[in-house]
Design a binder for this molecule. Structure first.
Ligand SMILES: NC(=O)c1ccc[n+]([C@@H]2O[C@H](COP(=O)([O-])OP(=O)(O)OC[C@H]3O[C@@H](n4cnc5c(N)ncnc54)[C@H](O)[C@@H]3O)[C@@H](O)[C@H]2O)c1
Length: 427
């Protein structure tokens, strides 16, 4: 770490707090905070610094290791039931919620209620009712409420969206996406919180967002099947793999269907490690994306594929020796968090107090990460979870209709004439 220069020590500071300090903290938040403590420059705000003020976690163990390793003297390590509340009173400007997905809502609500800007890891929350509450509360408190979908910043996905937005690729008809995580994720990394969870909520959500954000349209229906027996019992609530199908309708009245397959029981020595593949078929073209065909394949005796990855994604959060011999960690996984910090800075440091409401409205209108623009993605997640819960309870093959004959989200089971309403309002 190089010491702060006297000029950067004088910069305005934004203090951030973490909820959860697990794998995603190590991969993206840590490198972001470690770079931003020396200053971020934005043309709209001038330079500012970001400090990691503390963390709220279940046990405090990993936070303590991190605090010691980095020699942080002003870092608050908050653990246990009141951890988020005590992190909030310690004085922070924004809260990053990176705890397990079924814990996002409670922490985010606490943060927003306390008047702090909040960013939540994907999936933002697990129901539209929770989303409605957070969006309304953020409006009332005058803060940003955002969600991280870093795949939208992947250069390949930016190119896809550019070709769609520019009309080079016209009308998507259908497509598939698959994201396969290794067994180590379900077996050890997430063992503490995996019961009752499924890989669809964890990773299909990346593609739900990509499809929703890139192609727009109106979500019409959701179906999902899945398999059990490896992570948990074959008739239990914990899923090894899921196959999700969404149908969208576009302004033209034409439809598209997307299949998203996910798993977290792929063998650990599979060369893809996290294997990602998409194909979208348009009226006039086909987009094929494959993580293992993006370019690099690395073999190091005794080290790949476990300690070092065989097919490394150098665009997400790579560690580099720069040509000018500085060490760096960069990539779209880190950039997406820095973007949020710039948005907070724009609101708080971007001009006179009298203009704050207009600046807040401008940042809230960014639909790539604003919670208010996450409706169809949260609806799909909620529908998928409800369908899987029905299947685990012995009632498989449900379909959820979105804004259809019964309005809102209606779950239909085979053989039943009346649906079960998952959400009454318009999605
Ligand atoms: N964007 C991505 O690609 C990506 C990748 C991995 C994880 N994630 C998301 O990040 C979140 C965390 O995942 P992870 O991989 O870091 O998980 P993890 O299991 O490695 O870490 C979870 C952390 O949350 C803490 N925690 C658990 N319960 C808590 C509670 N009640 N209050 C506060 N902290 C609590 C744990 O102490 C731990 O520090 C999830 O929402 C996940 O979907 C996103």
């Amino acid at each position: 770490m190089s010491p702060l220069s006297s000029s950067s020590a004088d910069l305005p500071v934004l203090r951030g707090g973490m909820v959860g300090m697990g794998m995603i903290f190590d991969e993206t938040y840590a490198p972001f905070f470690e770079a931003a403590e020396f200053g971020v420059y934005d043309a709209t705000t001038g330079a500012f610094r970001v400090e990691l003020a503390g963390a709220a976690t279940r046990t405090g163990d990993r936070a303590e290791i991190y605090r010691k390793r980095r020699g942080l003297s002003n870092f608050g390590n908050h653990a246990g039931d009141d951890a988020v509340a005590s992190l909030l009173v310690s004085g922070i400007d924004f809260l990053c919620v990176a705890s397990p997905d079924d814990k996002h809502f409670a922490a985010a609500r606490q943060g927003i209620e306390a008047g702090r800007h909040v960013i939540i890891e994907k999936p933002s929350v697990l129901s539209l009712e929770e989303l409605d509450q957070l969006v309304a509360l953020a409006r009332e408190k005058g803060v940003l409420a955002k969600v991280v979908y870093h795949k939208l910043l992947d250069p390949d996905h930016k190119k896809l969206r550019t070709l769609v937005a520019d009309g080079v690729l016209t009308h998507v008809n259908n497509g598939y996406c698959s994201l396969l995580e290794p067994k180590s994720i379900s077996g050890s990394q997430f063992a503490a919180w995996i019961t009752g969870r499924n890989p669809g909520t964890y990773v299909a959500v990346h593609y739900l967002k990509l499809i929703d954000f890139t192609f727009g349209g109106r979500l019409k229906s959701v179906q999902c099947s899945g398999q059990r027996g490896l992570v948990g019992p074959k008739d239990g609530p914990t899923w090894d793999s899921t196959q999700l199908r969404l149908v969208y309708e576009y302004e033209s009245g034409r439809e598209a269907a997307f299949d998203i397959h996910t798993s977290w029981v792929t063998p650990d020595n599979f060369p893809g490690y996290v294997e990602q593949e998409v194909q979208f078929r348009f009226d006039n073209g086909v987009w094929n994306g494959h993580s293992r065909k993006r370019g690099v394949e690395l073999t190091v005796e005794g080290r790949t594929p476990h300690e070092l990855k065989t097919t490394i994604n150098n665009h997400y959060n790579g560690s580099f020796l720069e040509p000018w011999n500085e060490r760096s960690r960069r990539g779209y996984g880190i950039e997406v968090i820095e973007r949020f910090a710039r948005e907070v800075a724009y609101v708080e440091l971007g001009g006179e107090e009298s203009g704050r409401a207009a600046r807040l409205a401008e940042m809230t209108a960014r639909d790539y990460n604003d919670l208010s623009a996450d409706r169809q993605v949260v609806a799909a997640v909620q529908a998928m979870e409800a369908i899987l819960a029905k299947a685990a309870a012995g009632e498989p093959n449900a379909v959820v209709e979105v804004n259809g004959r019964f309005g809102g989200m209606a779950l239909f089971l085979p053989g039943r004439s009346e649906p079960e309403m998952l959400y009454q309002g318009t999605v």
